[in-house]
Design a binder for this molecule. Sequence first.
Ligand code: ZN
Length: 339
Amino acid sequence: MADAIMDNQQERMGHGRCESAARPAALEPRHWGWGEGGGTRLVLLTAAIIAVAITARLIPSIGTGSAHPVTGSYPWTVALAQLPATAVPGRAAGRLVPAPHSSSAAHSLQSHGVTMARKWGLGGVPLRPPKASRPLKQVFGGKNFGVLARVPTRDNVVFLTIDDGAEKDPLFAEMVRDLSIPFTSFLTDYASRDNYGYFKHIQELGHHPIENHTATHPDMPKLSFQKQRDEICQQQDNLEEATGVRPRLFRPPYGNYNETTLSAARTCGLKGVVLWSAEAFPDRIDYPTPERKLGPGDIILTHFRGPGQWRGTMVDMLRRVLRAAADQGLAVAALEDYV
Ligand SMILES: [Zn+2]
């Protein structure tokens, strides 16, 4: 609305300037009466003066408009700490960054993001990941079959990976849909078989691929090559049958593997092994470094678990991850965009 008013005023002011440039005599004092022609000029000049006055009032209000995020002058990509303190009691409001462009579509998107953030008890809209740049070195693909615990990137992103599949929380599915949070599931058959449909539903939202975490979740190095291969290849078939997509990535249970595991995974058609560098729970995050914070490229491990298995819900867990990421200016990005 404010933009429309501004455009209209600038258009009117522009007309005034054109007329003045074409006929400078119009501004001479002798024409400032109510006589024929002078009246029109007076009206135009008055309109120009009013427009200048209104514009002067509008400019400061645009400059401070970001102090009122819900009205639409709010950037879509804003850190959690940047929402008003009222959204999270006890949290100080940070400096707001004005949106660089204004359009009704962008405002609508921002408004939707703010609404969804509040719905899920977040202090701000989760940061959107940038367009993925190439990893600093080739990760997987071709002859590269490697093991990865952190993505080699300088992008301000982290990755969320969720294992096993025991808990199928519909609220969590709703939350990731509302907030458009990408993550990768590593499913084991014994935990997820009773409802693969839950994971297929999330997969179909986009940016939620399902990867391989064995059929029965054994400690792989204790098994022979053939048994390890059976665990992995069988789960490839299970997941393809359940979701229509054959996995690319493998995560060994407990993060335990040996050279036999890597050979077995490769012969099942997998492209690489993904471990993790941080682990998230509803009530804490175990960080990879003594600084106790996330950094670019960190892969976060968590699990499909319910309140009976840990202190909180999947929703609590995701809220904690999003806050920890935003505290460091990091967005949650799609792993498959990088590996
Ligand atoms: Zn597991």
